[in-house]
Design a protein around this ligand. Structure first.
Ligand SMILES: *[C@@H]1O[C@H](CO)[C@@H](O)[C@H](O)[C@H]1NC(C)=O
Length: 239
């Protein structure tokens, strides 16, 4: 009987604690356009809010998402974010948006994740191969070819990508359930960390030799490796 009671309480507690907040906290007032000028700021929630009397419709408007951005970079893609930094009206609302342009024949939004948001992506032009990978232990890939009008969701924090597999430029629009979704690109955050992660860590993590790691570090960060052995040796000398 005691045991059954304990189990019941345990089950109820487990249920209660599974109710987690999956997006930014809800707004505490109708609106709160962001300002970087503390002298015009009031009512703190998220970013500092601009004095409502000074807030205009322009704070709630972002223009230029119709403009194709330059994709002549190594990945052949470009992302135009309308998030808190560029779009003060989203402050405290838990939403933001972006346009993604892909060059014809292989433009890639490389492997990345958003630490603070799930993403809904709508393919507007072209043909995209998009997917995400689940967490340990399955690392299951969910991937699909998207045509104009197709939407795809990428769950918060999971690694995902979009590749233009068509012969024409492609464009997609993304929405996030955060005013500041954050972006972590897998290659840049590991091989381009600043200061660099010691190549010993990278070589063993990715099961590569150190020359390959140095090549990747040069490509993604331009950072010199740090001499971990020397740092450790000096540490023992000091002891
Ligand atoms: C993205 O496009 C903008 C506008 O065309 C351009 O100024 C910027 O340099 C581009 N960024 C990259 C990484 O290509």
């Amino acid at each position: 009987m005691e045991g059954a009671h304990f189990l019941l309480v345990y089950a109820l507690l487990a249920l209660a604690s599974s109710i987690a907040f999956a997006s930014d906290p809800g707004p505490l007032q109708d609106f709160c356009a962001a300002t970087n000028d503390p002298s015009t700021g009031v009512l703190l929630n998220g970013r500092l809010c601009k004095d409502p009397k000074l807030t205009t419709v322009n704070d709630f408007t972002f223009s230029g998402l119709n403009i194709r951005a330059d994709t002549s970079n190594q990945f052949g893609f470009n992302i135009t974010f309308a998030i808190i930094d560029e779009f003060p009206g989203v402050n405290t609302l838990g939403i933001s948006t972006a346009r993604i342009d892909f060059a014809a024949n292989g433009g890639l939004n490389p492997l990345h994740l958003h630490p603070r948001a799930s993403e809904a992506l709508v393919c507007m032009e072209g043909t995209l191969y998009a997917g995400f990978v689940t967490a340990l232990p399955e690392y299951r890939l969910f991937a699909k070819i998207l045509r104009p009008g197709d939407a795809f969701v990428f769950p918060q924090g999971l690694i995902h990508f979009q590749l233009n597999v068509g012969k024409t430029d492609a464009v997609a629009f993304a929405s996030f359930n955060s005013q500041n979704p954050g972006v972590i690109r897998v290659a840049e955050s590991t091989f381009g960390a600043n200061p660099p992660i010691a190549s010993k860590v990278l070589a063993k993590s990715f099961q590569l030799d150190r020359d390959t790691v140095h090549q990747l570090q040069n490509k993604f960060g331009g950072n010199q490796d740090i001499d971990l052995e020397m740092i450790v040796a000096n540490l023992f000398d000091e002891l």
